[in-house]
Design a binder for this molecule. Structure first.
Ligand code: BEZ
Length: 300
């Protein structure tokens, strides 16, 4: 069976009429009918109800149709991914973890689109682990994540270490403190961490801050993402440790305090295929470093 058999079959099903399907496929009706019969012979199964005026599918035909659609979609995806990997098409597909959206990512994307309008930029929200897989199968070309992951086929550049801060419900006793807080100050509250899956994640970097000091929070509440964590903090359910860039998300019912401890940081890591020497990638890296200079952000 060839892919063309699937395309012909899908066209006939969707048009429910062999003449219209032949028109859509830019071919004559007799060869199309022959191809459909040949497909049924190959499968040893009847796909259409023969005595119906409209072309109707048999049960087998319906099964075959849903799977044929999947195979054709995969074939199209393979074609576009391969084109991207080989750079026939000028494009850059970017994977990112949600929390980078509160940092410089929106500026990076806007600036890249302005400066390189000939490059088609696409965005995919993906965990760091999913980014590694997506890099190897060509779904993305570059990933921005927070977890250091070893893979010989993937190159990693730590762009900067972002300081963690603590989010407290407005009016919390600790929000009056003049000094930066320490992890020890936080052990009497419920700690709200995110994302709860997939792991490891930013949540584990926060927990390591306690573990490395031999401390443990009173209790832990795991949630999906930072916005939910902040909502729960606002509701007085606990406190949360968040990347420093979240500070920009000011809300009246949450106050932020700095944390004392050199190690209380989370890296922003750019990953890409080790074999990728494309111009688009070096443009992206160059643009990020220019932005860091402009914004006076400490970076490596
Ligand atoms: C940043 O916040 O530093 C950043 C985030 C995503 C891409 C590049 C930089």
């Amino acid at each position: 069976m060839e892919l063309r058999h699937l395309r012909y079959f899908v066209a006939v099903v969707e048009e429910r009429n062999i003449t219209r399907a032949a028109l859509r496929l830019h071919m004559a009706q007799p060869p199309l009918s022959r191809q459909i019969r040949q497909l049924e012979d190959l499968l040893g199964a009847q796909l259409f109800v023969r005595n119906s005026r409209l072309l109707e599918l048999t049960d087998t035909g319906r099964f075959f149709y849903s799977h044929a659609l999947q195979v054709l979609a995969q074939a199209d995806q393979l074609e576009s991914m391969t084109r991207r990997v080989s750079k026939v098409e000028r494009g850059l597909s970017v994977g990112f973890v949600g929390s980078t959206l509160y940092g410089l990512l929106p500026k990076v994307i806007r600036r890249f689109r302005n400066e390189y309008s000939d490059v088609v930029l696409t965005l995919h929200e993906l965990s760091t682990m999913d980014q590694i897989k997506a890099l190897s199968d060509g779904t993305i070309d570059v990933g921005f994540g927070r977890i250091r992951y070893e893979d010989p086929k993937v190159r990693r550049i730590v762009l900067r270490d972002e300081r963690m801060i603590v989010a407290l419900p407005a009016g919390h006793a600790l929000s009056e403190s003049r000094q930066a807080l320490s992890i020890r100050d936080l052990i009497n509250d419920t700690l709200i961490i995110f994302p709860k899956a997939p792991r490891p994640s930013f949540a584990d970097q926060v927990l390591a801050g306690f573990r490395d000091r031999g401390l443990q929070p009173k209790s832990i509440y795991e949630t999906r993402e930072v916005q939910i964590a902040l909502g729960l903090v606002a509701a007085g359910e606990g406190i949360s440790i968040v990347p420093g860039s979240i500070y920009g998300l000011k809300r009246d019912d949450v106050s932020y305090k700095e944390l004392d401890g050199e190690d209380l940081t989370s890296p922003i890591i750019m990953s890409f295929r080790a074999s990728d020497e494309s111009e688009e990638l070096s443009r992206m890296l160059d643009l990020i470093y220019r932005l860091y200079e402009e914004e006076n952000i400490d970076h490596f």
